[in-house]
Write a protein that binds this ligand. Structure first.
Ligand code: CA
Length: 229
């Protein structure tokens, strides 16, 4: 069996950190491309179409948040933001813009490798499911084609948003706790990081939900979790 190496793009302006990350990723059998500023990151993305991007926030020319915003206009490629900022609000900002994960500098290299692996695994498309479509009101989820429609209009979800929606839909009427969702979608090491699930739910709601004032599909159970109704 041939296993193709995954392509990683690192956007980082500090040469020492860049070399360190590159060396470790190459040892772990990734093909590595690098960019030293935000504009270069966008160019390299288009040129090499990496499987994942490690994106520093403080970059010359175009900061990481802006790079992420531009990439999300046309691509669901997994992005891990890297920053010296520790605040939860910075993490949430990144997740709201569609980052898949967030690493704080200085980081442990085994931690970085573990996160790259976890994000790639989570965002990999599952084998098509033989189950029929799930219909919930005007929402239709086609497990075979991984598509979601509201009133027959295609809704573009990221792989993580799709997985979360399917998990809630399959257990419709049951409350899934934050820990359930975090463990099943992100992995056991994320079980305390409730802002990941909160931001992901908010993004799904923005994309699928019906106008304000009408009941949505996803019900919040305060302090516990979420339920599809
Ligand atoms: Ca930097």
């Amino acid at each position: 069996m041939i296993i193709l190496s995954k392509k990683v793009l690192i956007a980082e302006d500090e040469p020492k950190i860049l070399r360190f990350m590159r060396a470790n990723l190459e040892v772990s059998n990734y093909v590595v491309y690098t960019a030293g500023d935000g504009e270069d990151a966008l160019r390299k993305y288009e040129q090499f179409l990496p499987d994942i991007i490690l994106l520093d926030i403080m970059l010359p020319k175009l900061e990481g948040y802006q790079v992420l915003r531009e990439i999300r206009q046309f691509s669901d490629v997994p992005v891990i933001l890297i920053s010296a900022k520790q605040n939860v609000s910075d993490k949430v900002k990144g997740l709201e813009l569609g980052a898949d994960d967030y690493i704080v500098k200085p980081f442990d290299i085994t931690e970085m490798l573990a996160r790259v692996k976890a994000v790639l695994k989570r965002t990999m498309t599952d084998k098509p499911d033989k189950n029929p479509d799930m219909v919930i009101g005007s929402l239709m989820i086609s497990l075979g084609t991984h598509t979601v429609k509201v009133n027959s209009v295609d809704i573009k979800l990221t792989p993580t948003e799709y997985k979360l929606l399917v998990l809630l839909a399959k257990d419709r009427g049951c409350v899934l706790t934050h820990t359930d969702l975090l463990t099943k979608i992100w992995g056991a090491q994320y079980s305390e990081e409730t802002h990941y699930v909160r931001v992901c739910i908010a993004r799904i709601r923005q994309k699928i939900d019906i106008p304000e004032g009408q009941p949505g599909y996803i019900h919040t159970v305060q302090m516990v979790g979420y339920m599809m109704i």
